[in-house]
Design a binder for this molecule. Structure first.
Ligand code: GTP
Length: 596
């Protein structure tokens, strides 16, 4: 296709504002799929994704559209909708020249609307504002128009749409052709193609999703990945419409995928540049950075015989997930397992769920933690991704923790509540501005470790669901942190160690010991629980002894009830791990996340 007939764009939106529904409609209207074939949200292909309703992996769909007698190729590049995947979003946007900014007509501009808009502006994209859900009785398009004006967009030009009822879809497509510039690359130059996604296919090897920036690529070409210097021969190429359609080449400005017998996505890094081995480009495209795990957690099989299966499952998942890292780890309490690194909490939950669901493993997972940068008295700098491995206090000069800059949009009535929450989480106030006369945007610098777990839920509950949140990493910051250990029966349980702020250690220690007392079932003997910092015990609780005779209750009773009870007990056992002589349930390892 001639470059001037190509348009590459994506859809950006706050979560639930209707990105996937609009994408479905665009695909349907351009005839890519008849509505009979349309499964809702065809862009979200993974089962888990659909269940969770979150777009995790970017994908691209080629739409063929007739406009004023000419045929256009519109490539719609899907972007993930969660803060864990900001880097993937930025690469997908780099592959585009324009973006549809979808705003819910009833909800208005939210934190991720702004964050995504800024990201799109950083990439110089043409922005087409869309006001979606105009069919809702509570829709207030005029107000949204004003909000758009306030954030520097021409609200009067916004396209009113109901993605659900298919209203305004043609105008959206016409605007894509008219307002998004065609790709500007050098068709005769050396090949430079941006990788914006990849996925593993068991028959073809890795499918690499690319946007050709300069030059062209065809089947049989020998390619080189510029970041890893690995070389492969292209065996197959295609585009999605949204079903895969084979093609034999992709030219400047085009979007599609290729396969080259690549065994693992580790070789195909998102953001890397593909060039030709015998005519390489001089420099790669800007902006590549390797995926960097932000959150770590220990993964241990409940049945230690499953260790090998767990390793295999992690290896398999890694074939398709360059951001997942893992290393063997041994815990005195839990035995042999792995310390795994994730982009964020959602990523972690998805991986844990897949391990259990798709690989039929039963796991004990330890509480997630961030990575600390520790400077020792000796001057040596170490990276600590497991609280149990924090060096002794005497050896430490400084500890730095990752921080984020968070923007929170809230109705002004809840500013006080939001500030209180941010302060509880050691937030540093940066700014307050008003979006209009009823809504404000607060910015805070907050430790990542303080917000990754339930901050968003807390924010929602304290603002009756009205506040929205977005954050970006903002480097490392020194903090007065200490390791808190938990002792059961006088023995330190390494998998329960956490890193906490010194000022809160006492309070957290007490709360955690109490929580553990509730969570650890009574054993045949008394179990003392202690929280300690170094050699100093800061809290103590006791799990009382109990003679456990579950069948006594139904002595002489009917057998089905007995069986049920035994079943129930077995069920309960599944997620327990014996540490020394104490049985600890899964919830205990997560207890730290549930104490205030
Ligand atoms: P994520 O993929 O989770 O980021 O959400 P999304 O932005 O893709 O939103 P999605 O398309 O899943 O829509 C969210 C909800 O809004 C769904 O329940 C849709 O049915 C509904 N919705 C989308 N568009 C419209 C619309 O035009 N009108 C109405 N009434 N509802 C809509």
């Amino acid at each position: 296709m001639e470059q001037r007939h190509i348009r590459n764009f994506s859809i950006i939106a706050h979560i639930d504002h209707g990105k996937s529904t609009l994408a479905d409609r665009l695909i349907e209207v351009t005839g890519a799929l008849s509505s009979r074939e349309m499964a809702p949200q065809v862009l979200d292909s993974m089962e888990l994704e659909r269940e969770r309703g979150i777009t995790i992996k970017a994908q691209a769909v080629r739409l063929v559209y007739q406009h004023q007698g000419e045929t256009y190729e519109l490539n719609l590049i899907d972007t993930p909708g969660h803060v864990d995947f900001t880097y993937e979003v930025s690469r997908a946007l780099q592959a585009c020249e324009g973006a549809l900014l979808v705003v819910d007509a009833a909800q208005g501009v939210e934190a991720q609307t702004l964050a995504n808009l800024y990201l799109a502006l950083e990439h110089d994209l043409a922005i087409i504002p869309i006001i979606n859900k105009i069919d809702l009785p509570s829709a207030d398009p005029e107000k949204v128009m004003e909000q758009l004006l306030d954030i520097g967009l021409d609200g009067t030009e916004a396209v009113p749409v109901s993605a659900k009822q298919g209203i305004g879809i043609d105008r959206v497509l016409a605007e894509v052709v008219e307002k998004v510039p065609p790709p500007a690359g050098d068709a005769r130059g050396a090949l430079r193609a941006l990788i914006f996604d990849s996925r593993f296919d068991s028959y073809k090897g890795v499918l690499v999703y690319i946007r050709v920036v300069d030059g062209s690529l065809k089947i049989g070409d020998r390619i080189r990945f510029m970041a890893t210097s690995k070389e492969f021969e292209v065996t197959e190429m295609g585009v999605f419409g949204p079903h895969p359609v084979p093609v034999d080449h992709l030219d400047t400005g085009e979007v599609g995928f290729f396969a080259a017998q690549i065994k693992t996505v580790q070789d195909t890094r998102v953001g890397d540049t593909v060039t030709l081995a015998d005519r390489p480009a001089e420099a790669p495209l800007p902006g590549y950075r390797p995926a960097q795990p932000m959150v770590y957690s220990g993964l241990y099989p409940v049945d230690s015989a499953d260790y090998g299966r767990l390793r295999e499952a992690l290896e398999k998942l890694q074939l398709n997930d360059a951001a997942l890292t893992f290393e063997p780890e041994t815990s005195a309490a839990l035995g042999f397992g792995f310390r795994a690194g994730f982009l964020g909490l959602l990523h972690m939950e998805v991986i844990q769920e897949r391990l259990e669901r798709e690989y039929d493993l039963t796991l004990i997972t330890t509480a997630p933690n961030v990575v600390y940068r520790v400077t020792l008295v000796s001057g040596e700098v170490v990276r600590v991704d497991n609280p149990a491995l924090l060096p002794p206090a005497g050896d430490i000069q400084t500890i730095e923790e990752p921080v984020v800059e968070a923007s929170i949009i809230t109705p002004s009535d809840y500013i006080g509540a939001v500030m209180e929450l941010a302060q509880e989480r050691r937030g540093i106030y940066l700014n307050l501005s008003y979006l209009d006369n009823v809504r404000a945007m607060l910015t805070y610098r907050l430790p990542l470790g303080e917000i990754m777990y339930d901050f968003f839920d807390q924010l929602k509950s304290r603002t009756r669901g009205y506040a929205s949140l977005d954050y970006q990493l903002a480097g490392l910051q020194p903090a007065d942190l200490v390791r808190m250990d938990i002792l059961l029966n006088g023995e330190v349980v390494d998998a329960l160690s956490t890193i906490v702020h010194r000022d809160r250690a006492y309070q957290k220690g007490r709360a955690l010991a109490e929580k553990l007392r509730e969570l650890i079932p009574r054993q045949l003997f008394e179990v003392p629980i202690q929280a300690a910092i170094g050699a100093r015990v800061i809290a103590r609780e006791t799990v009382k002894a109990l003679r456990k005779d579950v069948l006594a209750k139904c002595y002489g009773g009917d057998i089905t009830r007995k069986r049920k009870l035994l079943e129930k007990q077995k069920e309960g056992k599944r997620r327990m791990k014996s540490v020394g002589s104490v049985e600890i349930p899964q919830e205990a390892f997560m207890a730290i996340l549930r104490v205030e």
